[in-house]
Design a protein around this ligand. Structure first.
Ligand SMILES: O=C(O)CCC(=O)C(=O)O
Ligand SMILES: [Fe+2]
Length: 224
């Protein structure tokens, strides 16, 4: 479906040994510089993720849930390459989707291509900058905040010769953690949107035929 796209991920990247195992799989002679870069990126970006999630949870007046929320996730790092299509025509690099995890932090080289759909239906191009990250809310955080945070559709569109490289740090709910909106966020004006659910069990549904063809897999899985 997306021939320009290739990616490799390291699951549970902060768990001791996982970066090393991945590196040794890619380079049998090892690659300490790569391991150190991924370790440093993951350490610093996971701190940024925690700072931002803490700020969001506090801003909703839910200080008492900060620790639970921070502890509810692990981290995935994914490196992504999108080949230039070698034509002036714009080609799909990655299909439109919402992220299913908690929060995503993206960094990329100077080749643009990431587009985000605004609430009023416009695709806007995210302008890459070497000094900034792009932060996106995933559906797990949308569900936990009972809809207060918005998980935008986004995609990658490619033109020209040059390849686009991006790296993402994804906070991902741990298996066994039940995503449940705090009662403080549920009232008459904000009825419960999703029944409590386990992210890993939801993904099992998401990757079925029904999940892949559904307009909103999460709604279909556990929408109220
Ligand atoms: O490469 C990018 O900037 C976007 C990647 C993305 O949307 C994803 O991995 O979920
Ligand atoms: Fe995404």
């Amino acid at each position: 479906m997306v021939p320009l796209y290739e990616s490799l991920g390291i699951d549970d990247v902060l768990s001791p040994g996982n970066i090393e195992t991945f590196t040794n799989l890619m380079w049998s002679e090892g690659n300490p510089a790569f391991s150190q870069t991924v370790q440093s990126f993951s350490d610093q970006l996971s701190e940024l993720d925690k700072i931002m999630r803490t700020m969001v949870v506090e801003s909703l007046g839910l200080e008492k849930y900060v620790d639970e929320h921070i502890d509810s996730t692990k981290y995935l790092v994914r490196v992504q390459k999108y080949d230039g299509p070698q034509t002036d025509e714009t080609k799909l690099g990655l299909s439109s989707h919402t992220d299913k995890n908690t929060m995503t932090i993206l960094y990329q080289n100077t080749v643009s291509g990431l587009e985000v759909l605004t609430k009023d239906g416009q695709w806007i191009t995210a302008q890459p900058s070497p000094d900034s990250f792009i932060v996106m809310i995933g559906e797990s955080f949308h569900a936990w905040t009972n809809g207060r945070l918005y998980p935008p559709y986004h995609r990658v569109m490619m033109t020209g010769e040059e390849a686009r490289y991006s790296i993402g740090l994804f906070s991902v709910p741990k298996s066994g953690y039940i995503i449940k909106a705090p009662e403080e966020l549920v009232d008459e004006e904000h009825p419960l949107l999703f029944k409590p659910y386990d992210h890993v069990q939801f993904l099992d549904f998401y990757y079925t035929q029904a999940g892949q063809t559904s307009k909103s897999a999460l709604k279909e899985y556990c929408g109220v």
